[in-house]
Design a protein around this ligand. Structure first.
Ligand SMILES: [Zn+2]
Length: 380
């Protein structure tokens, strides 16, 4: 099985023996509230999804990530995983603090470092823009200019209202892959309903590997993305009707979106390696937003690293469509016909149709998925 990033799957979850003691101790520590992104980062650090990270970054790693796109200890890393100091926190280096979600203590952190940072510099290095309209820049504007770094120990996982049985940690997916005898597994990241075009990419990949892990992102996203429960229903409906059950798994990827395009594509690939996947599908404009990134930037960035450093194999895909002349799904790589023969609908057009109760053509969306979407539009 593929090794985790940095060689070892990190586990920063308190064991049963130490949990109660730690919980008791945490009651008397300074309590720090986590925002949504930090909560999801905390969980991912603790479960090893962000191996080799054992805590929120200190200035040494933070600087190294911004300037070298590697951790100070060597492994490739393109996204800062950081904890911002909130107003009135006054955290002291050398102290221990309790990290909380809505007043509920989730973890204890040993504060190793506290440092101020330059928001524009971070935005430019990670997001490749300082434009105030970019959601990542807006996030930076919403936090203080001080980060706190140090190792964490998780007492309790963040609380979620739904899908709890579908939140597999890296140790769980690795176990599952082993039990199933899958040697090569490709992950597919998504935050949208799966239309025929994405189904095609997944199935092209499935022709060359043992299995597919559909790994939808359910952490913090922009407000205009389709709600998680509706998307989930789309995925399960599609799997039920069109996918081979013994070669597909679905689980939630608990990351918060950064909309950092290329930097985030590398981050997403590395996290999937930690989940035990050997391949990762990278479409056009992966993790992009607006027009901030070139169509192929999220694919091209992989050329800037030694493949051995990243290890998980990226699978690059073009946009797919149904071609009426070919009589099947295709992309510009495989179909020689001109655009007027292709069934293509813009996101806006699809939403318009669904809102009017019209099913998009079956060449574009599976009718069962269209029904789920139409129903949700009526209820919203
Ligand atoms: Zn064609």
């Amino acid at each position: 099985m593929i090794k985790p990033h940095g060689g070892k799957l990190i586990n920063r979850i308190a064991d049963d023996e130490s949990r109660n003691k730690l919980k008791e101790k945490a009651q008397n520590l300074k309590k720090i509230a986590l925002n949504e992104r930090e909560t999801s980062d905390l969980e991912m650090i603790a479960t090893g999804a962000l191996s080799p990270l054992e805590g929120f970054m200190t200035s040494k790693d933070y600087k190294s990530v911004l300037e070298e796109r590697h951790l100070s200890t060597g492994p490739v890393w393109t996204i800062p995983v950081v904890l911002s100091e909130k107003e009135g926190d006054d955290v002291e280096i050398g102290s221990e603090i309790a990290l909380c979600q809505n007043g509920n203590i989730l973890a204890v952190m040993e504060v190793e470092d506290k440092f101020t940072f330059d928001k524009e510099k971070e935005a430019q290095a990670v997001l490749r823009t300082t434009d105030k309209a970019h959601p990542g820049v807006q996030y930076l504007d919403s936090i203080s200019n001080t980060y706190i770094g140090g190792k964490i120990t998780l007492i309790e996982k963040p609380h979620y209202d739904d899908f709890n049985e579908f939140r597999l940690d890296p140790a769980d997916t690795r176990k599952l892959f082993e039990e199933k005898g899958w040697k090569t597994i490709t992950a597919f990241q998504t935050r949208n309903p799966i239309h025929r075009a994405h189904e095609y990419l997944q199935k092209c990949a499935l022709e060359i590997v043992d299995a597919l892990l559909i790994h939808p992102l359910m952490g913090a996203t922009k407000g205009d993305d389709i709600p998680g429960d509706v998307r989930w229903q789309c995925y399960t409906t599609l799997l039920e009707n069109y996918y081979p059950k013994d070669r597909v798994a679905i689980s939630i990827f608990p990351a918060a979106m950064r909309y950092a395009g290329p930097s985030e594509a590398i981050f997403h690939a590395i996290a999937r390696k930690n989940y035990g996947c050997t391949h990762f599908i990278v479409g056009r404009d992966h993790a992009g937003v607006g027009n901030y990134y070139g169509t192929y930037d999220a694919q091209l960035i992989f050329n800037e690293f030694d493949p051995k450093e990243i290890e998980i194999t990226p699978l690059f895909f073009e946009h797919a469509f149904y071609c009426k002349v070919c009589g099947n799904m295709a992309s510009t790589k495989t179909c020689p016909h001109s655009k007027e023969h292709h069934v293509f609908l813009s996101g806006t057009k699809v939403r318009e149709m669904l809102r009017a109760g019209q099913k998009p053509p079956a060449e574009f969306t599976r009718p069962e998925v269209a029904e789920v979407l139409i129903r949700s539009m009526k209820n919203s």
